[in-house]
Design a protein around this ligand. Structure first.
Ligand SMILES: Cc1cc2nc3c(=O)[nH]c(=O)nc-3n(C[C@H](O)[C@H](O)[C@H](O)COP(=O)(O)O)c2cc1C
Length: 170
């Protein structure tokens, strides 16, 4: 297997992070990898907001924990939100490519990650929408598609069983 295929095979969703924050230089490498993703007509319709500032991340964590009853960020100290114009035709596709690029880049750099859906649900609430507007500066024309958390795993994560019987070659 070449290095890229190894990275793909080694990616895991991490749900337990230690206290250490990923240094900004490494986070930037991951974000830049996101910008290299393919996008429909190369329009790059999705954008990225990275929450690295402790007070902002902890504010969000508290709100999400109240919303969900537990910390859906699993202790991670970096939160990367990918969003797009609500009328953008390929928002979900473009954003998802960015997110996967970031997961793979993170894996290649020894950084743990996970896609988190909860923010999307939280931003649909009145309180969450206010946070989205006031802290993230995203108005109602913008939708969040997905969130990537980054950090250091407290444990080795076993590979999830994956089926591959859904491949058809004609
Ligand atoms: C669209 C999408 C939404 C997800 N949402 C969450 C989530 O909210 N919380 C979570 O812990 N994992 C979430 N995951 C991670 C999946 O649970 C995980 O990818 C799956 O269990 C397979 O494990 P693996 O990523 O380690 O291969 C999400 C993944 C995707 C693609």
């Amino acid at each position: 297997m070449n290095e890229t295929l190894k990275t793909i095979a080694n990616r895991r969703s991490c749900r337990c992070y230690n206290e250490k924050k990923v240094p900004l230089e490494i986070v930037k490498e991951i974000l830049i990898a996101g910008t290299k993703a393919p996008s429909a007509l190369n329009k790059q319709s999705a954008s990225i907001i990275c929450l690295q500032e402790e007070s902002v991340v902890e504010n969000l964590r508290k709100r999400l924990t109240d919303f969900k009853g537990k910390d859906p960020l699993y202790g991670a100290k970096t939160v990367v939100i990918v969003y797009a114009d609500k009328n953008s035709r390929f928002a979900v596709q473009d954003a998802s490519c960015i997110l996967e690029n970031m997961f793979l880049a993170a894996t290649s750099l020894g950084i743990a990650s996970c896609w988190i859906n909860c923010l999307h649900d939280y931003f649909a609430t009145e309180e969450g929408n206010q946070f989205k507007k006031e802290i993230l500066n995203l108005d109602d024309e913008k939708i969040t598609v997905g969130t990537c958390i980054l950090g250091y795993s407290v444990e080795e994560i076993p590979e999830k069983e994956k089926k591959s019987d859904y491949i058809k070659i004609i």
